[in-house]
Design a protein around this ligand. Sequence first.
Ligand SMILES: [Zn+2]
Length: 429
Amino acid sequence: MRLSPIAEMPADIRRHNRYAVLSLLREHGALSKSDLVGLTARTSTTISSILDVLLEEGLVRLTDGEDPPVVEASRGRPSTYYRLSSTRWLAAGIQIASDTVTGVVLTLDGQVLCSERLSVPPNLPTQDVLKAAATVITSTLEQTVQNQPEQYGRANLLGIGVALEGIVDVPNGSSISMPYRTAWRDVLIKSYFEEQFGVPVVVDWRVYAATLAEACYGSARGLSDFAYLNVDTGVAVSTVIAGMLVRSSEQPSGSTGELSHAISVGGSRLCYCGNTGCLDTEITTHMLVTQLREMLTVGQWHGVGQFWQTHEPSLDNMILALQQNDALTLQLRNRFSQNLSIAVNSTILLFNANMIVVGGGALRFGGAEALDYVRRGAQRLTILHSLFSATKIVASTLEPDPATVGAATLIIQAVMDGRVAISESQIKQ
Ligand SMILES: [Zn+2]
């Protein structure tokens, strides 16, 4: 798969070849030079010169035979294999959302070395949110080195990727707005983190970032077509088609694949969009808690919801309540499952993708039970479905969450496809 975060391949032939080599190594693990010549259909000279540069930059290392090759060599058994360096560079990823910031340290080959989540209330001043994010980046990097000084003591920071909730101006590296954060307007994200850390910074909408992570390191690795459904404070779909992430050209992100205002089953709540019964009023994280509060109000004289006499209504407590089989919360999960089915079925009918990966905070509440319900619903979707393909529906397995891993993937991807160059000072460090 040739995945590019822009809906085109690098035009420059040198960048194109370099990206082809790096993405093949990411996909296959260890490859010999002749494997790379065969897989890219480039000359041996071209591949050698690319590998020389990549070795110099520390993006690629020689395996010296310690790893069993993943791909059998076509001729002979070369002793030298190449793979992405897993210790020379570290990528930092930070997700800034309406209630939390989450950070991760990722290697080029997709190992999560450290992660941290900080609760950051929506009413916190903008500068304090940015400071909290910078603190998480510093702390996760320090912990990574402290935990494994042998491996990462000499590693350098490749750059920082920032995944944002809300509307993002990607070319300008700014966050135009974020739900619930009313004071957060036109925040210059890229320049802030560049000044703080002195490394390249890439900014994107968190649903695109999560999709990229699923394609590079998650459940959809190696697939050329899939959809990622994010169910969090909103409901959104993003797709990879023919190996490329489909995105809204240069326009600010955050409006493509919007399913928030598709109509749910039996929902009658007024939505902020002016309609009633939108998915946004049913399966988003904030609305799950709102529904719980409503049920507790209605049910307080009827002996239901004992669990909630000693627990505050919150998403984390709702997950705990499910583990203790609280009837009221189980009922909310049934409702969640039905409405999640609508979002998934809409995605299947729109894209007929090989796979739908579902992620986001609300899925933590729905869990495996919701996904089982959704799978059964998808099988009944249409009798024509079996004639075409059976879409696999899976939950994201990326930890701490796909958008935060995606944030770090943004910067790795930008370096791999040549949009961001590693500076001389970074290499010499
Ligand atoms: Zn609506």
